[in-house]
Design a protein around this ligand. Structure first.
Ligand SMILES: NC(=O)c1ccc[n+]([C@@H]2O[C@H](COP(=O)([O-])OP(=O)(O)OC[C@H]3O[C@@H](n4cnc5c(N)ncnc54)[C@H](O)[C@@H]3O)[C@@H](O)[C@H]2O)c1
Length: 386
């Protein structure tokens, strides 16, 4: 039996924590996907914490380990770099990756604030030959893909209302130990919007929806948390955000768009959801019920019946998993990595399936929204989005 020839893309990872390991694991089980002519291989890994780097070796045993990202960027085997570091390091490291001539898959929010994001985008724009994408995996869930296709094919009709968000209960425990994600210094002024917001806005943006303005409601509940020694220290990031926006889309008229990013959402482990009400077809999908999509077709004089469909492993890139089985978070990460590699290998027009990773422009629109949200909350008024 002859295996199909595959182009190997040498990856370096900078930041080998939670997400670095997740991406390396997705690459390590690449044989899960079928019929692809490209394959990522994590050949280099960098983390400033030696214990984290050691742990990472289990996910990518052949990757060369570096303590300084500058040394990883000098490794000629590295063609593309996945960066998963705290937000205050995004600009420095993303710029270094681009200036080293490497392709970049960077984590959200893609710069700690609007100005940082603009600097990264300027550098990316100056380098059209390098692929630059932002990590955002939830739209690769089969149910999310179905929502996207229905909207882009014009099946929804006029949009009445869009809601999407990411809900955690990870910070409900007031004694949960502090880490960089809960300090403005490392995470940024956006707080939970910087952490979770790109997840909430990516699919609506890709559907062609834009926020014209925002009235933001930001909540801070736990002002202190224990540090590693048990001392209570300031925890100054926003816990929850609700953003009420005036939306516009490719069709007629404005409609409400509501984005929720919450770290204090009782009962939710990691719920990503999208709900679109529209005149001809309403759609709902949530990772809480990952194998279910709800639709409600409407035509005059017919009953308004909600359809609940079981969906299986109907992934954008085909996999060995049978179509009746479940799709999950690691699968979405692997599909996103496949989309990045596909675009790198074949260009956007030659991709095997059409859903490409989040673009720098999409990150810029997300920053414009979050920046306006901060202004809105501060002034207790509606803020326009440039
Ligand atoms: N896509 C998603 O679903 C998702 C989920 C969680 C986090 N994230 C994003 O991923 C990024 C990282 O988050 P995480 O949860 O993996 O954080 P983490 O704290 O688990 O990992 C960050 C790693 O970066 C390392 N690091 C710090 N400074 C460094 C430097 N100068 N050089 C090299 N390594 C350095 C740390 O030692 C740590 O191991 C953030 O941008 C975050 O918003 C994305």
């Amino acid at each position: 039996m002859t295996a199909r020839a595959q182009r190997t893309i040498g990856f370096g990872v900078i930041g080998c924590g939670l997400m670095g390991r997740e991406l390396a694991s997705a690459a390590a089980r690449w044989n899960h996907l079928v019929g692809l002519d490209f394959r990522p291989e994590f050949v280099a890994a960098c983390d400033t914490d030696p214990a984290t780097l050691d742990r990472f070796a289990a996910s990518a045993p052949t990757a060369r380990a570096y303590n300084r990202y500058q040394d990883l960027l000098n490794d000629p085997r590295v063609e593309a770099v996945y960066v998963a570091v705290p937000h205050d390091l995004h600009t420095e490291i993303y710029l270094a990756v681009l200036r080293a001539g490497k392709h970049l898959l960077g984590e959200k929010p893609f710069g700690i604030d609007l100005a940082a994001n603009a600097r990264i985008l300027d550098e990316a724009l100056a380098r059209p030959g390098q692929l630059v994408c932002c990590s955002s995996e939830f739209p690769f869930f089969p149910g999310a893909q179905m929502v996207f296709r229905a909207v882009r094919e014009g099946k929804a009709g006029r949009i009445l209302d869009v809601r999407s968000g990411l809900l955690h209960s990870s910070d409900m425990d007031p004694l949960k130990r502090i880490n960089w994600k809960r300090t403005v210094r490392h995470n940024g002024r956006y707080g939970c919007m910087g952490d979770l917001g790109m997840h909430a806005v990516h699919l609506p943006l890709r559907c062609g929806f834009r926020a014209l303005d925002v009235r933001a409601l930001l909540t801070k509940v736990h002002h202190h948390r224990p540090d590693h020694a048990g001392a209570m220290v300031p925890c100054d990031t926003w816990d929850n955000a609700v953003l009420a926006c005036s939306g516009i889309g490719p069709g007629d008229g404005e409609f409400p768009m509501l984005f929720e990013t919450k770290r204090l959402a009782p009962g939710h482990a990691n719920t990503w959801f999208i709900s679109i009400d529209a005149t001809e077809l309403s759609l709902r999908f949530s990772t809480r019920n990952p194998r279910t999509i709800e639709t409600l077709p409407y035509s005059p004089n017919s009953p308004q019946a909600r359809h609940v469909r079981d969906i299986g492993y109907e992934s954008a890139y085909p996999a060995v998993t049978g179509g009746i089985f479940e799709f999950g978070f690691p699968d979405a990460i692997q599909q996103m990595l496949a989309a990045f590699c596909d675009e790198l290998a074949h260009g956007r027009d030659g991709m095997r399936q059409p859903f490409y990773c989040a673009t720098p422009d999409e990150t810029s629109r997300s920053h414009a929204l979050f920046d306006a949200a901060l202004r809105s909350h501060e002034s207790r008024s509606v803020a326009c989005i440039a």
